[in-house]
Design a protein around this ligand. Structure first.
Ligand code: PLP
Length: 290
């Protein structure tokens, strides 16, 4: 496995970052998780855009422009001979003296790791997963804004630990106003009476690329979709629930805490199918453009 660090490839065992890197010292960094299907990185532009948005919100200048980032990702894929891949791009503030001031770090550390994509067990899609509403709250947007895809992830790690203790696959955090926000690594949707609802960005969540696509697909299918705040009680009363992210796509939920939900529900299946079609359409369009 060859890892990209600031323009150079290193074998996994030699791919190292300084203990003075502010990503390590302070969690001062951002990241993206991407998925390549058959050599094409799905919604690459949207992921690059979000990385740039995260960088902007933390006042960090990225060392590469759009084309440079895209090139580095594709170089990492080809170096590793990968077509179906999990890709992680991390950018930390960089190496510098101990101290919080970002000016101590003149050069960001830009890392790309790509590894073969391993499918989630089919059973999870067929039977659905259990999710747990956790005690820890999603960061208030006026603290560490959830719109930044930050490597400062302790809040979500605490949520994951709680979810694991509850025997759940994913932990769902409420926001400061007690409304449902999102999962540790996913956005959440529910279906009630044939209509789809998902928390709005002002709930204090990451703007998931998959979330955006699901909303778009639902609209195309003429499924009513509302971005609105809802409570834990409403979630437990839903007809269908699913979570989304780039690697798992649309994952049906069969249990919220101890409340059973029929999974996968009718709309969940329709949207999952539409998502798979969209991936194929995207691949065809990219192949044609090559
Ligand atoms: N919310 C959080 C906190 C995440 O970490 C992620 C992805 O890792 C998502 C939502 C889903 O985002 P995307 O659909 O862009 O993968």
């Amino acid at each position: 496995m060859q890892i990209y660090i600031n323009g150079t490839f290193y074998p996994k065992e030699e791919a190292k970052v300084s203990v003075f890197d502010h990503g390590y010292l302070y969690g001062d960094g951002i990241y993206e998780t991407l998925r390549a299907y058959d050599g094409y990185v799905f919604h690459l532009d949207e992921h690059i855009e979000r990385l740039e948005h995260s960088a902007k919100l933390m006042e960090m200048a990225l060392p590469l422009d759009d084309d440079g980032i895209s090139q580095a990702i594709h170089d990492t894929l080809s170096r590793n001979g990968l077509k179906d891949a999990y890709i992680r791009v991390s950018v930390s503030r960089g190496t510098g003296e101990i101290g919080l001031d970002p000016e101590l770090c003149p050069v960001p550390t830009f890392v790309i790791i790509a590894k073969p994509f391993v499918d989630y067990p089919t059973e999870l899609y067929e039977k659905g997963i259990k999710i747990a509403i956790v005690e820890i709250r999603r960061n208030h947007p006026e603290t560490l804004n959830p719109a930044i895809k930050s490597t400062n992830f302790l809040n979500n790690i605490f949520a994951k630990m709680e979810a694991k203790r509850a025997g759940a696959f994913e932990g769902i955090m409420l926001n400061h106003g007690h409304f449902v926000a999102e999962g540790t690594i996913s956005n959440i949707f529910m279906v009630k009476n044939g209509e789809l609802a998902t928390p709005p960005l002002i709930a204090g969540i990451l703007e998931g690329v998959t979330r955006g696509l699901v909303i778009e697909l639902a609209e195309k299918l003429e499924i009513k979709v509302y971005e609105e705040m809802f409570t834990e009680a409403a979630l437990k009363d839903a007809d269908e629930v699913f979570i989304t992210n780039t690697t798992m796509e649309i994952m049906p939920v069969r249990e919220v805490d101890d409340k059973s939900i029929g999974a996968p529900g009718r709309l969940t299946k329709i949207l999952a199918e539409a998502y798979r079609h969209e991936v194929q359409r995207y691949l065809k369009a990219r192949k044609r453009a090559d």
